[in-house]
Structure formats: structure tokens, C-alpha cells
Write a protein that binds this ligand. Sequence first.
Ligand code: GAL
Length: 646
Amino acid sequence: MDFGVCYYPEHWPEDRWAQDAAQMRETGISVVRMGEFAWSLFEPERDVFHWDWLGKAIDVLAGEGLKVILGTPTAAPPKWLIDERTDILAYDSQGRPRQFGSRRHYCFSSSAYRDETVRIVTKMAERFGLHDSVIGWQTDNEFGCHDTVRSYSPAATMAFREWLAEKYTDIDCLNQSWGGVFWSQLYRDFAEIDLPNLTVTEPNPSHVLDFFRFSSDQVLSYHRVQVNIIKSLSPGRSIYHNEMGHFTDFDHFALGAEVDVMGWDNYPLGFLDQEPYADNDKRRYLRQGHPDFAAFHHDLYRACAPKWGVLEQQPGPVNWAPHNPAPLPGMVRLWLHEAAAHGADIGSVFRWRQAPFAQEQCHAGLLRSDGMPAPGLSEVKQCVEEQISLTPDSVMSANVALLFDYETQWMSECQPQGDWSYLMMAMGWYGVARSLGLNVDIVRMGQDISNYALVLTPSLFHITPPGLQAFKQTEAALLFGPRSGSKTAHFSIPDELAPGPLQALFPAKVVRSESLPDWWQATGLFAGETVTGRHWLDHIEGDVAPLVTSDEGDGLLYHHGSAFMFATCPDDHFLRTLIQSLLRERGVETTKLPDGLRQRVTDQYKYLFNYGASPVSLPTDEDTPLYGEDPLRPGGVAIFSRGDVL
Ligand code: GAL
């Protein structure tokens, strides 16, 4: 893994740059990511370009042997441009233009903005594309951050109509697919269709789903505009984009097909604070982050592209969550080691030096705002020194796969029912498997899953023919969560009822579904233990017998052959017990790890990460670790060589 840092030379006097570059090199950093917010300096007025300062900064860094990933500056179009072309602005769901004054105020569908993008990216790539030190380009910055994938602008309305016309060709086909006969919503022409916002009550969910799909496609086609220019003017350089955590508004598998390195930005503490984790977890992991947050995203983005990495790693407190605690000593080192253990190509910290001005002045850097070292700096250095040679090839294929599906997330959002969150459920299932010491691969629907012992599908609303085919072709145990196969591609109930096409593997029907309040729970017995289901209850009839029945007599878990289906959302204990028993039957042993401890096994090393709040004794059956003390303190990392094991 290369170590990197995000650096904004434009924030500091030029006579500081050489010292920064030397200190980066001494720390063991080899890649610097820069440039992504500097449009108003690059082009202070139309067609007046100032590239020399960036050229000088790159040369100073190159003087210390540092390589550069350049970000295109399109996440922050400057004021003069917005004043000239107001049709660039995105609109929020309340129909208001999103104003200049922060960032990401553009609409992906604005053709004016696409023209301006071509102009600035071309100029930048002409100027720096062949520079020896430029090894890669990041398109834009965090597509979709600040809720910007879905824009409700006039430009988006026009583009959506075109997208629909291309998809359906015939307006009657759209009417039929959306069920437009309901509430008098038959259209005569694609030109009549508006965006699904500002309606009196719930808009047609098929309309919403298509708008979500359209919005995702707009991100991709916008990204492609930049990639085509960069590829032609900067040959041989890698294309990066930095994705976010907990973010599903566009299809990341599709974007992954159009980058060389799928980057993501790892902010474990901010996300623990702002996302709906259990209160207990928020307390327990305040300064560590949720133990599965980083790993889930590492494995998700690893599944998207041939290479992946962390482009922004939290270095200390951030500024943007409601509360921003400091990480425990050692966490920056732990997070970077964990990225390496999952096969990251790069681990880059955001940012080099804390800015004393503007929006992110409460956000730590590796240096404090006065230029002196902050705690993260020595942790990066230590991690570099401890780095063992791990290549992406050392990432072993796992016994367990978890199927993640962006459309299922969109379908669950376009007609919300109860407290059901697909993303949190997928992360929860992933965490349960990891708490058993398992490596987990994340896969997409239709991917070959024949090499796994167990495939976890927390839910999958619509099952495509290739998806069904892949399920049929594996001997793995298949474990499905509720609502699987419950919708058609157009978001209707399938004629044959849920689980739709899965009936080929699981001969039963869901004849009634209930969403239930937070306090509801159903308990039953499984393997001699009390297990609990929550949030949801499917009533299943057919040629399948319940494996677990609730005290009230409702089936909670059914199976047929190697297909298992939950009628409810299982609690962790229920799921863990089932996973253990299914894997045991297939010869895969599992160990329940102590609370907060996580493990990752590569072909030659075994890593232990202590996210917990208490010290943990190291396993006695291992040799002395290469790194890590016994007991392993909270925030500690232990690395064992498995050289002899294999
Ligand atoms: C990311 C973003 C960076 C910076 C950072 C602060 O979302 O890409 O530009 O704002 O957050 O944590």
C-alpha cells in the first residue's frame, strides 16, 4: 500500500512548501493528492489561466520524490461562472436552486456545466497530463456529497424525459409499467412528465425509482465526460474517484467499471455519530468508530474495481458530524493497517495541515494549524515502518459472500415501510459474519458465487434472470432476508407473489407482509437458544417447513434444500447461530471473537484489530506477533505471520 496525503499548497505560503514536502517524505508518504478545489485560482476569470503555482508545487513535491494524484476542480465551480450560467445550479427537492457559497452546487444534468467541465478538464490535462510526477487523476470530488446526486432542476427535468423516452420508447409502455391508471396518472407524452417532487402525497414509486436510476446514470455519464479527456491527454495515468461511506445514491458497481482505482473516504467517527447506530455502540465505539464500518466499505469498494484504496483517512477529530471526538491513540495506525489488510492500493490521509480558516477549521490534519505535528503524524510514520509487504493478490478469497444491491436500497427508499433500512441491515449482517472471525467478500447480483460456502443476501427486492442463474449454479448455502423477490423491475408485486423468481429454489409464497414498530419482537427457539426477529413479518405458505416458529406460532425462518429464508429481520444472535451452524455443516469452523475485536486473514498474515473499549488477550495458539502487545489495548493492532501455516 502506498501512503498518501491530501495537500492544499494554495492554503500556505510558497516558502513553506519545501519543508512540507521534506516532512512528507520523512514520514514515509509517497503520494500527494491535490488540486480538487482550486478552480477559482486556476481560472480567476473566464479564459485567464494560472497554472504556474500548481506546477511549482508539483515540482517541489517531485524534488522529494513524491508522486501526485490531481483532482479535477469541478466540485467547486467559481462564482463568476455561476453568475454567467445560472443554469449550472442544482435544485433541491423543494424546487429551490442550491446557491453558490459552499461546494457541489452544480447539476449533473446541466449541459452548460458539462461544456464548462470539458473546458477546464481539457486545459488542466493539457497542462499537467504528461508531467512525470502525475501518476493519476481523481475526477471531481465525492460525487453526491451533500445530497447532490438527485437534482430537481429544469435541466434534470428535460434530461429525465429524454431518458424515459429512450427507455420506454412508447408512452403506453411507461403508463403500463408505472401503473399510471392508479390515481389518474396516465400520460400522453414523455414531455408531460415532471420530476417526482413537491407532490401532495406519495408520488408513484415506479416514477421515483426511475428517477433514482436516471440520477445514478447522470453521475456516470458526467464522470465519463472527464475520463475521456484525461485518458486522451494523460495516457497511462490511473483514474480515481473518492466514494463515501453509507452512500448509495448512485450505482457504485457501475462507476467502478469506469475507474482504475476505486477510492473511498474513511471517516469512522463522524459516521458513527451521525448514522443510526445503536446508542450502545455509539457510546462503546465513540473514539474508535464502529468495528465494521471501515471494513464493510473496504470490501464493498474492493468488489467494484480491480484496484481500490482509501483516498481520505480521518486523521483526528473531523468538523462535520454533530459531535467530533478525537480518535483513541493508535486509531489512525489501526485504520491504515486495516485498509492494507483488505488489500488497499493506497492509504491517503485527509489532510496534511489543519486549515485555520473557512469551513473546515475544526478538522484535524497531520499537522496542527500552526504547522506543528498533530498526533496522527507519528501514527502514519509508525504504520509505514510496520508495513509488511501485502499486495492485492494476498487478499484471499473468502468462504462467505454478502450480496449487496444498490437497486434494493433505492426500492426500499422509494416506498418506505416501517423502520426498515436495507443498508444498515446489510452492514449488520456483514458485521455478524465478521464477529465470527470470517473474511467476507461483497458481491453483486449475477456474479459467479460458486466458490463460496455461504452467500448472505440480507434482502434483494428484484431478482434478475442472471441473478437467479447465479443462485442456481452454486452449492453454497443461500441465506435470504425478508422481502427478497418482492418486486418486479418496475416496482410492482410479482404476479406469482414474493419471493418471485426465487420460487425456483424455494417453493413458497409470501401471502401477507407486515411492517412492525421498533418495540415489536418475535421470539422463538433455534439450536436450543432463544432468538429474536424484529421490524418485519412475512407470512409464508407453500412446500417449505419453518425451522423456527415464534411463540405466537409465526414462522420466522424457513428452508428448502440449501435455500434459507427469514420471514423477519433476525437479531445478531439469531443470524450468528444460523451462520455458525450452516458453516459447520460445510466444514468451515468459526470462532466468536471477543466484543469489538475483529480479524482479517491474508495469505501470509493474520491481523487483529481491537475496536473494543477493553484490552483483549491475544490468542494462545498463535506465535508471538510481529506487532502488538498482549493484552491488546483498545485501538491496538496485532499482526501474526502465517508463513508456516500455508
Ligand atoms: C470529505 C471531502 C473533503 C473534506 C473532508 C472533511 O467528504 O471529500 O473535501 O471536506 O470530507 O472530512
